[in-house]
Structures are given as C-alpha cells and as structure tokens.
Design a protein around this ligand. Structure first.
Ligand code: 3PG
Ligand code: MG
Length: 346
C-alpha cells in the first residue's frame, strides 16, 4: 500500500502535486466541464490549511511536445482561483531555472500552477531527466491524478524515484472505493457497461464478472461479441438488450428488464452510456438507467468520460455514491491491471 498525505508533515514545505486537469474544452480552450478540477479542491485546501507551499502540475489534451495556445492552463488557474477564493498563480512553463525560482519564492499557503506538462515531449516519453527537473520544484511529491495513473508518463510514474511520495486525498478515495466494490461488495451487485469497442472492455467485463451477479452490456458491445466471436469467462452473467442490437437507443422492454435488475441491486458499477446518447432523441435509455441507479439506493460507482459528461449535463453528479475521475484508469484498475502511477508509489 502507498503512503498518504497524512503520513507527512507538509508545513512550510514545497509540495509538488500531480493533478489530472485534463478537462473537456471547446475549440477556443473554454472549459466545458470542471468536474475533475472540483474534485482536487479538498487536497489543495488541506495543503493550504497545513501552510504548505503548493505547486500543481497537469497535462491537458495531446499537444505532442509543442506549445498549443488553446491547451495552456490559464483557464484552469482561473477555475481554481474561483473555487479556492484566492488567486492561483500560473507559470509559463513547467521546468527550468525561472520556474524553480518561482516555486522557491512561494509563501506558505500559496499555490502555483505549472504550464501543461505535455508541451514537453519528455512527459509522455517517460523521460528520466525531465522527471528529475520537475523534482527540483518540490520537497514532497503527491499524486492526486487518478485519471492518468494508467499512463507511463514522467510526472506520474517516475517522480517517486526522486522525491518522498504519497497519494493525495482524491487518489486515496478513488482506490478505497474501487477496492471496496471489487473485494467486498454488498450483494446483489451488478455492473453496467455501455459504449462500444469490446477489445478495450472485455478484460474489464471478465474481471468484474468474478464478483458481480449480473453484467449488463450495451447492444453495440453485444453485437461485436457476436461478430468477433468473443467468449466471456462468465457468459451466464451477461445480460444484453432485446431487439436489434444496432438500435440507436435501447427499447422499452429492455429498459424495463434492466431497471428491474438495477432496482434490486445493493452495489452498482456503471461505465459507458447506451446507444447514440449524445443526441437527446436517443438519450432515453441512458437516462432511465441513470435514474434507476439513483433510485435504487444501492452503493453506486460511476466512471468514464462520456458517462460523467452525461450525468453532469443532467445535473445528476450528486445522485451517485461515487463518481470517478478516471475513464481509462478506472477500466484498467477494475480489469485487475497494475497502474504505473500507483505501482510507483508502492
Ligand atoms: C484521461 O482523460 O483519460 C486522462 O487524463 C489521460 O489522458 P490521455 O488519455 O490523453 O493520456
Ligand atoms: Mg483519453
């Protein structure tokens, strides 16, 4: 198990925190949904309360080692300032002597946000020297970026080689919740897996089937399963929509069948919407599932970029027991894979 923030005295120290501020943005770089930013506020507020000097770092999008103006983190700094009620400074880069002196001149309780890590190719190349340069900025490294823990990126998987390290409050909570549903779920438990691309989900479906009583999969996944002759480990647990599997939304009969199972469950994991949910005309099935989960009173865990965007738009974020900041990371973790970011902390 990894160390957590409470294992360190952070007072007066420079705390370098890896966050996942990779939020959905429009073409001009305006933030469309700030869920991931909001979820890191407790960690930052804790550090402010402890009079630490706080240096935040993140990637945004895939700039491929170049400076892309729309992917600068200024708007993230503005959002953070709004939530924290004080001004968060924003650096022009994330490594180098100037940034080091900015980090060194931080006062206790002050926050500096570094520029997009992926403006340097070394970040995604998992470059050792780059991680070393980042480490000059802090005395302690905190990983609070669950959403990117499945990536072998320098700021995620190499930092613990250079600095005393621990998990932030958000990462700690993500792991606690996911472990709870995998190791000790209250039964009956059901998993609901929407979207498509069976390749990226079959390991997850197999692993979750070990503990779940039923696994509901979307029509598109079921269709691929049939076409590609995928064989699941626990086929008897898999429930698929009735009717034409290529439909743009699940039909009334399917909604009824799924909702009956959902209402009887005590633990529910949901990742991935159904059909062509992004078009309101075809969002009825996904919405019915969301409502049933919320009405069921079960311990519910929801994750995945599209699913979270959907429930955020519906104003339903607070209707679930835990909404994960991880998309790919949540799938990997629940597939039983080792995540580089977590392994590195251990
Ligand atoms: C995510 O949004 O899945 C994480 O922030 C990781 O980003 P990536 O998929 O661009 O590596
Ligand atoms: Mg992604």
């Amino acid at each position: 198990m990894f160390k957590t923030l409470k294992d360190f005295s952070v007072n007066g120290k420079r705390i370098l925190v890896r966050c996942d501020f990779n939020v959905p943005i429009d073409k001009k770089g305006n933030i469309l949904d700030d869920f991931r930013i909001k979820k890191t506020i407790p960690t930052i507020e804790y550090l402010v309360g402890q009079r630490a000097k706080i240096i935040l770092m993140s990637h945004l999008g895939e700039p491929d080692g170049k400076v892309v103006p729309e992917l600068k983190l200024d708007k993230v700094a503005e959002k953070l300032s709004e939530y924290l009620n004080f001004s968060v400074a924003k650096a022009d880069d994330c490594v180098g002597p100037e940034i080091e002196s900015e980090a060194n001149s931080l006062g206790e309780g002050e926050v500096l946000l570094l520029e997009n890590l992926r403006f340097h190719k070394e970040e995604t190349d998992n470059n050792h020297d780059f991680a070393n340069k980042l480490s000059y900025l802090g005395d302690i490294y905190v990983n609070d970026a669950f959403g990117v823990c499945h990536r072998n990126n320098a700021s995620v998987s190499l930092m613990p080689q250079f600095l005393p390290s621990c998990a932030g409050l958000l990462l700690e909570k993500e792991i606690e919740v996911l472990d709870k549903v995998m190791k000790n779920p209250e039964k009956p438990m059901i998993a609901i897996i929407g979207g498509k691309k069976v390749e990226t989900k079959s390991k997850f479906i197999d692993n979750i089937s070990k503990v779940a009583d039923f696994v509901i999969i979307s029509g598109l996944i079921a269709k691929e399963v049939a076409e590609k002759k995928v064989i699941f480990k626990y086929p008897e647990k898999i429930l698929v929509p009735s009717g034409d599997l290529g439909e743009l939304d699940i039909n009334e009969e399917t909604i009824k069948m799924f909702c009956e199972k959902i209402m009887a469950a005590k633990t529910i994991i949901w990742n991935g919407p159904f059909g062509k949910f992004e078009d309101p005309k075809y969002a009825k099935g996904t919405l019915a599932i969301a409502n049933a989960i919320s009405d069921s009173g079960a311990f519910s865990v929801v994750g995945g970029g599209e699913t979270v965007e959907f429930i955020a738009k519906q104003g339903m974020i607070d209707k679930f027991s835990w909404v994960s900041t991880g998309g790919g990371a949540m799938l990997s973790y629940l597939s039983g894979e080792e995540l580089p970011g977590i392994e590195a902390l251990e």
